[in-house]
Design a protein around this ligand. Structure first.
Ligand code: ADP
Ligand code: MG
Length: 678
């Protein structure tokens, strides 16, 4: 019944249907489950207890005639004096001229706004009338799109409840409801939309957070189970001796952490289960060689391997490292990217089908467009932040079920990673290669530029190289490129004796490749670039990283960028050019100066939770939830994971009456059957 179209709700006409559709809401169920993402607390407070700049709601007596002024185009400002808790406040309302008629001298009104303690002002606020007044002052805030108004949305949700509340079903089994003392589903959703008290809202949130996590973890566990059952996996046979020999032929001894994760991966390869593993390791921790070792093992077992990377630059780089590491063993490595010429491409595909190529590497198009293997045994994706289920589905559709390894430098604390990627095993490289010096990080103002250029000159003079990163201007790629071009010109003039390269998103892939190659071969001394070099690039001879407008970047990105240097034995430097006036910026710069450790950074970042940082960004690959917050509610996530594991293993979950509605719900969410899983 709940899957009826929203048009069944009284008062929802064709226009509203369309607006809702734009937001992905078509059924009554979807409407009701469109939950607020935060609440404004409008409980009436005593102004004397309010902090400066706090948003508050107060009640007082109107002490002057309201004064309305128009300015600019359609702009207005309404001011009125209100006596609140013994203080005479100046209330200011912007662009709500109609309020003038609703405010009269001597009347008691309830109003909210931002409190200026010094000037005794309450500004940018709203007037609370009986019409828009909400219970105990908790006002839900929804994400909306287009012309839809929150008030209209709230009204139809209310109406939906009136008509359909009786039909809302519980989906959690009573056993879980009792043992965790969870609020019922209908009441929970009602409270989330129309909270009657802070306490009730808290209970509703608690229930919904658990529900969201449990459903998510069940989906993961089911997926994992299906995969394991479906694949009486391919055990890969190779001799441990050959692997040991491979290790001794490496140009450096592996770190203990590398040895450990290699063991974990090789065990997976040898087992009958299909590997689905996430390898985390801070920038520069040496993930590539781990990948090479896994590929080597798979090839010893007579199978092929694929390595997918996000950019062509990175593909080029990996080609070189893999060729160095693997060709001495007679392994054939081939590059395939969007810019491979048609004729060459045809030849490559042919050889791949015949099994003449052992390892293919390129962007993720590798596993998509009519690329067929003779016997693909392992797929590795590097620095691919949107990893997961989708890629596996593509592979499954092609009828191949290779082992899969995802590599990422995003330092998600291990415990969180295990719960958040419930369907994957997690390996962590938590140690840097020996002899690595931490990058010396400095934070300076822009007017230090001449001295930085001097310093750069010194580094270049002894044969070292430098990166210069120009700020990313989100709104305009064009400005971005212009920025890079300007900086390039400036440096070319300041350091005429060196070759300065330029890299940005507008270059063709041929151009990018040739600049990158020249930089890698030290034909270019300085690489001026937009953030395209962010991921993965490895030029150990580069010892200086200069980042313009560093305060514009999040910590995650700054750390990635800094990770481009400090890859050799020499001392490296990272110079952050930042505007000292930006508060958030200041803190981030200080953190960068304080630590070189990605995991520590990610924890400090958690405290700040600035936008665009580790956990806010898409980069983290972490899933999003409506009510739950994967970081803040991390403990519940872990509980839900354990519960999901138990449930999926229990018989009751599969045929028990008490679990019927949960099964139904999961089916409707298309996460129950393998084909529909996404
Ligand atoms: P990332 O984990 O960021 O992908 P890379 O695999 O690119 O790191 O490795 C960074 C650099 O460290 C490379 O130059 C690589 O050759 C080197 N390296 C990797 N492992 C070791 C090791 N155990 N000892 C010394 N150098 C190493
Ligand atoms: Mg890498």
């Amino acid at each position: 019944m709940m899957n009826q179209p929203v048009s069944k709700i009284h008062g929802v006409g064709p226009r509203m249907v369309e607006q809702l559709e734009n937001m992905g809401i078509e059924t009554v169920q979807q409407l009701i489950e469109h939950l607020p993402f935060r609440y404004e607390d409008h409980a009436v407070r005593r102004v004397t207890e309010a902090e400066h700049e706090e948003r508050i709601t107060v009640r007082g007596t109107v002490h002057s005639e309201p004064l309305l002024r128009f300015y600019g185009k359609n702009k207005s400002r309404l001011t009125v004096r209100v006596l609140v808790d013994g203080l005479l406040l100046q209330a200011v309302f912007f662009n709500q001229p109609y309020l003038k008629r609703q405010i009269s001298l001597g009347e008691v009104i309830t109003l909210s706004g931002k409190f200026d303690r010094h000037r005794l002002m309450l500004s940018g606020g709203t007037l609370k009338t009986t019409e828009n007044n909400v219970n105990e002052g908790l006002e839900p805030v929804y994400s909306i799109r287009g012309n839809l108004k929150i008030t209209a949305l709230r009204k139809i949700i209310q109406q939906a409840f009136t008509q359909f509340e009786g039909q809302m079903e519980e989906i959690l089994p009573s056993q879980l409801l009792t043992s965790y003392r969870l609020m019922g589903r209908a009441e929970t959703i009602h409270q989330l939309h129309f909270p009657t008290s802070i306490e009730k809202l808290k209970q509703a949130k608690r229930r919904m957070i658990y529900e969201e996590f449990l459903l998510f973890q069940l989906k993961m566990q089911l997926f994992r189970k299906k995969e394991r059952e479906a694949v009486q996996g391919q055990k890969k046979f190779f001799s441990q001796n050959v692997i040991e020999e491979f290790k001794t032929k490496l140009p450096f001894p592996l770190t203990n952490a590398q040895l450990r994760v290699i063991d974990e991966i090789l065990k997976d390869l040898q087992s009958e289960y299909r590997m689905n593993r996430l390898l985390q390791g801070d920038v520069g921790s040496g993930k590539t060689v781990v990948a090479a070792c896994a590929l080597f093992a798979v090839i010893q077992a007579g199978l092929q391997g694929a390595l997918m990377v996000p950019t062509e630059i990175l593909a080029e780089q990996h080609k070189e490292s893999l060729v160095d590491l693997l060709e001495p063993f007679g392994i054939k490595v081939q590059l395939l990217t969007g810019s491979t010429k048609v004729k060459e491409r045809r030849a490559i595909l042919e050889e791949l089908r015949e099994g003449k190529i052992d390892i293919i590497l390129g962007t993720h198009a590798l596993i998509q467009e009519g690329v067929d293997f003779k016997n693909l045994g392992l797929v590795i994706t590097d620095e691919q932040h949107r990893f997961g289920v989708e890629q596996r589905r593509i592979l499954r559709k092609k009828g191949i079920r290779p082992d899969v390894l995802f590599m990422t430098a995003t330092p998600i604390p291990r415990t969180l990673a295990i719960s958040a990627f419930g369907d994957m095993d997690v390996s962590v490289i938590d140690e840097m290669p020996k002899g690595r010096l931490p990058v010396d990080t400095r934070w300076v103002k822009h007017d230090m530029l001449p001295r930085i250029i001097q310093f750069m000159d010194k580094q270049l003079n002894v044969g070292k190289q430098a990166y210069v990163i120009c700020p990313l201007i989100e709104e305009s790629e064009k400005l971005d490129v212009q920025n890079a071009i300007d900086v390039h010109l400036q440096l070319s003039q300041a350091l005429p004796q060196y070759k300065i390269g330029l890299m940005h998103g507008r270059l063709s892939s041929d151009e990018k490749e040739s600049v990158m190659n020249e930089f890698a071969r030290n034909k270019v001394s300085v690489l001026v670039s937009t953030t395209v070099v962010e991921v993965g690039v490895n030029v150990p001879n580069a010892t200086l990283m200069v980042i313009y407008d560093a305060e514009r970047f999040g910590l995650a990105q700054l750390h990635q960028l800094r990770g481009r240097v400090g890859r050799g034995k020499e001392q490296s430097y990272c110079i952050l050019l930042a505007d000292p006036k930006s508060d958030m910026g200041k803190e981030r710069m200080q953190i960068m100066v304080d630590t070189n450790n990605g995991f520590e950074l990610s924890e400090r970042d958690l405290e700040l939770r600035g936008p665009g940082d580790f956990f806010g960004s898409k980069q983290s690959g972490l899933p999003k939830f409506k009510v739950a917050d994967i970081v803040e509610d991390f403990k519940v996530l872990e509980v839900a994971r354990q519960d999901a594991v138990k449930l999926v293993q229990s018989k009751a979950f599969w045929d028990g009456e008490d679990y019927a509605l949960l099964r139904d719900y999961l089916k409707k969410q298309t996460s129950f059957t393998e084909e529909k899983l996404d």
